[in-house]
Design a protein around this ligand. Structure first.
Ligand code: C5P
Length: 403
């Protein structure tokens, strides 16, 4: 029987007791018509023999990076190219640390660097190791890069403790992988997202800007791509890498962001304005550096274009989602902004609290839409929150544009 195309999974098995469950996972993936090639770390081989995975996957098992015979068969670059998806299950604290830091000290971590395929990890470890600050920081790094993290679940652990850290059951992992391949809620939809701050030049060396890091917008772009959308990310200056499967357009000023968005808005289905666009820019940019000796300086400021309002005002424009940062009466002010700017949906966050907002890793959102609907998304890492927000955007968009 011929295999449906594009269902090739490299399954990385790391050295935790849950490695025995990875054997069952291979079967369940194959039941769903995936072709599976298994890569084992040295630790994994202490728990389960390669022969088990070879028999279950009907493919040779890959263990060594620097093995002449293996490299002559299917080396790490070929494996990296072969994969439509790389799944690491179980992902131990150690393998996640190596992935987060870009180490390439064995076959699995090297091929994760060498592949353009999406990476999914299913963590499995002792609950204290999962909750350790270092592990949590590594998870956030991976989430920021667009890695999908499945689980972990909570409950009794092999070590006798109880808590978060159990690998999800193979059936659930296989279902989640299948759902990802089947296509998400935004398959075939064109989405434009703005993110980051803008910089408004005063002279050749100075500019006005704000504290935005771009994290929320990048997480939204990444979640939209994971939901199957074709995503353009129009980004102000940030320190973030482009998320996988996202077309990033880099801009500096509000005017440039406006031009790039308007060039795409008529052709897109959904526009999400997550950028912290400067509301004002200097009326003119001095050609030469302004000197202290020039005497007291005064800033003459003019308004920048309101990008989201301009898109919302288009005839037959896209489904338009704005963001709002409020310090009080979040819902009232957000609803007012939704109406004033003619948006379809608005995601409002309460700023001025220590655990959320601009440079924070987490956030909480009140999401409101046009017919009076509203949903609260509780405090969560920005990547998780972005996935929930994209779920809501897809739901409302589909309600207005039934297939
Ligand atoms: O009016 P305010 O700046 O509070 O509105 C915030 C929303 O408007 C955000 O979605 C932001 O991306 C968008 N915005 C914009 N262009 C501007 C100012 C804000 O698209 N010039």
């Amino acid at each position: 029987m011929s295999r449906p195309p594009n269902r090739r999974i490299v399954l990385g098995v790391a050295g935790g007791i849950a490695a025995y469950k990875a054997a069952d996972l291979v079967r369940r993936l194959r039941d769903r018509d995936f072709e599976v090639r298994v890569v084992m770390t040295a630790g994994a081989r202490e728990f389960v023999g390669p022969l088990t995975f070879q028999a279950l996957s009907s493919n040779p098992v890959h263990c060594e990076l620097l093995d002449e015979q293996a490299e002559a068969g299917m080396g790490h670059i070929e494996l990296a190219r072969w994969a439509d998806l790389v799944l690491v299950a179980p992902a131990t604290a150690h393998v996640m640390a190596r992935l987060a830091h870009g180490l390439a000290d064995d076959l699995l971590t090297t091929l994760c660097l060498a592949t353009t395929a999406p990476l999914v990890v299913a963590p499995a470890m002792n609950q204290q190791m999962w909750q350790a600050n270092a592990t949590q920081a590594n998870v956030l790094t991976l989430l920021d890069r667009g890695v999908q993290v499945l689980g972990p679940g909570e409950g009794d652990q092999a070590c006798g403790e109880i808590g978060p850290g159990r690998m999800l059951e193979p059936e659930e992992i296989a279902d989640r992988i299948e759902a990802r391949f089947r296509g998400g809620a935004l398959t075939g939809v064109d989405v434009v997202v703005t993110a980051g701050p803008t910089r408004e030049a005063l002279d050749p060396v100075r500019f006005l800007t704000n504290h935005s890091t771009g994290k929320m917008g990048y997480a939204v772009a990444c979640a939209a791509a994971q939901a199957g959308a074709r995503v353009s990310l129009v980004s102000g200056p940030t320190a973030l890498p482009a998320p996988p499967d996202v077309d990033r357009v880099e801009v500096t000023s509000a005017e440039e962001m406006h031009a790039e968005v308007m060039a795409r808005a008529a052709r897109c289905d959904i526009f999400i304005a997550a950028a912290a666009v400067a509301d004002y820019r200097p009326a003119g940019i001095a050609e030469q550096k302004i000197k202290k000796s020039d005497g007291p300086a005064a800033l003459d400021l003019v308004r920048t274009p309101d990008i989201v309002a301009a898109v919302a005002a288009m005839d037959n424009g896209p489904f338009t989602v704005g963001f709002a940062a409020e310090t009080q009466s979040v819902q009232t002010h957000a609803r007012d902004k939704l109406e004033r700017k003619g948006l379809d949906m608005i995601a409002a966050n309460r700023v001025g609290l220590p655990d959320r907002g601009f440079a924070s890793e987490s956030n909480a959102l009140s999401v409101l839409w046009r017919d009076g609907g509203c949903r609260e998304l509780a405090l969560a890492p920005k990547a998780e929150l972005a996935r929930d927000l994209i779920g809501l955007v897809a739901e409302r968009y589909r309600a207005e544009h039934p297939a």
